[in-house]
Design a protein around this ligand. Structure first.
Ligand code: 3PG
Length: 403
């Protein structure tokens, strides 16, 4: 970004891809973390006199306009956070976008309507995507990639547009990558990885890649039950991925061979049906009743996990320990979050759900070392995969020819 700014962006139109995919209830934003994280890059460019054109997605609309996924409420919030008006275009590359961009003064900011209202954005057809990217590129003189949460997507506003315009990496993407590098390349020890969330199948790549790097792996969330089943326990009506039992068994064996500790809960908060708080009770992990289902790790496990985090120098946490949205099933997640706040080293919270969980449970961002804005993106990085939106900047322009 500095390089781009040094070339002089005053009066230039700079297209910034941000990840403004925030949770909404109606038109109310329930967690503005991603908008806040996007502000520094936008502000730096605006302060340097650029005409900043922000492009972003919200949810997964089907390639056509859908009012339920409008970014209009996000434009308002972005304006509040910037302390300046944000002009909102009611389309992404049409008449409204062109006139809003034409009307921008130096240092002013515009937000385009949800880029996924255009089929070309997410198309699997390279030509279709490139054609749409060319329409976006026509709105700007340079491109800044700052939507870390979406850099794992090979989409027009993330990938293809960087092949057309002089491009640079935004500060948010740069920071995120720097932190994630510390988790994979030179983690300070002890290194503890905490994985939760509902499905083990979503985390296989991360377990594969981090098992050999971490000292301890703490397992929570719905994926616990596939591990318990692999150990021969019955899990009642709990979430279970039968087809992953062998894989999980393989992890348990490998961990033992290489001397990595995998911690599983020893007690579980179960209920008679999903979300039934009235029936919540604690049972031993090896005695889950046939008719009930597990919705959180139990208090004994929460204590063990908190103790396992003591003294850690590096921690990565992805995925809640239970159904934290409900008080009866939130204590496991709260205990892990609390333990993370005392880590004297690098603590990284990755993923939309974990970030939402800590905020919902009343923790504040500055109690943690780093809260990643990327769920899928941070996981893919930790799996060792190439992120198209990052790689494209190396492959192609990385600034140049702003004119
Ligand atoms: C996310 O929420 O993880 C990012 O905004 C990416 O969204 P997507 O999974 O719909 O591509």
């Amino acid at each position: 970004l500095t390089q781009l700014i040094e070339q002089g962006v005053a009066g230039k139109r700079v297209l910034v891809r941000s990840d403004l995919n925030v949770p909404l209830e109606g038109t109310t934003i329930t967690d503005d973390g991603r908008i806040r994280a996007s502000v520094p890059t936008i502000k730096t460019l605006a302060d340097a006199g650029a005409k900043v054109v922000v492009v972003a997605h919200l949810g997964r609309p089907k390639g056509e306009p859908d009012p339920a996924y409008s970014l209009a409420p996000v434009a308002t919030r972005l304006g509040e956070l910037l302390g300046a008006e944000v002009a909102f275009a009611t389309d992404t590359v049409g008449d409204s976008a062109r006139s809003v961009v034409d009307g921008l003064g130096d240092g002013q900011v515009a937000l385009l309507e949800n880029v996924r209202f255009n089929a070309g954005e997410t198309s699997k057809d390279d030509i279709e995507r490139a054609t749409f990217a060319a329409e976006l590129a026509a709105l700007a003189d340079a491109f800044v990639s700052d939507g870390f949460g979406v850099v794992h997507r090979k989409q027009a506003s993330v990938y293809d547009v960087a092949k057309i315009l002089p491009s640079a990496q935004g500060d948010l993407v740069a920071t995120e990558i720097e932190v994630l590098k510390r988790l994979t390349e030179t983690p300070e020890r002890p290194y503890v990885v905490v994985l939760g969330g509902s499905k083990v199948s979503d985390k296989l790549g991360v377990i594969d890649n981090l098992l050999g790097k971490a000292d301890k792996l703490l397992i929570g969330g719905g994926m616990v039950f596939t591990f318990l089943k692999a150990q021969g326990y019955e899990v009642g009506q709990s979430l279970l991925e039968e087809d992953q039992i062998l894989t999980v068994l393989g992890y348990l064996e490998r961990a033992e061979e290489i001397g990595v500790e995998i911690l599983l809960p020893t007690d579980i908060v179960v209920a008679d049906s999903f979300g039934d708080e009235a029936s919540a009770r604690v049972v031993p992990a090896n005695a889950i009743p046939a008719e009930s289902l597990g919705l959180d790790i139990g208090p004994e496990s929460a204590q063990t996990y908190a103790a396992a985090l003591e003294g850690a120098k590096t921690v990565f946490w992805n995925g809640p320990m239970g159904v934290f949205e409900q008080a009866a099933f939130a204590e496991g997640t709260r205990a892990v979050a609390q333990a993370l706040t005392t880590v004297d080293g690098l603590s990284v919270v990755g993923g939309g759900d974990s970030a939402a969980a800590i905020r919902q449970l009343g923790f504040s961002d500055d109690q943690f070392g780093h809260i990643s804005t990327g769920g899928g993106a941070s996981l893919e990085y930790l799996e060792g995969k190439t992120l198209p939106g990052v790689a494209v900047l190396d492959e192609t322009t990385v600034v140049g020819g702003l004119g």
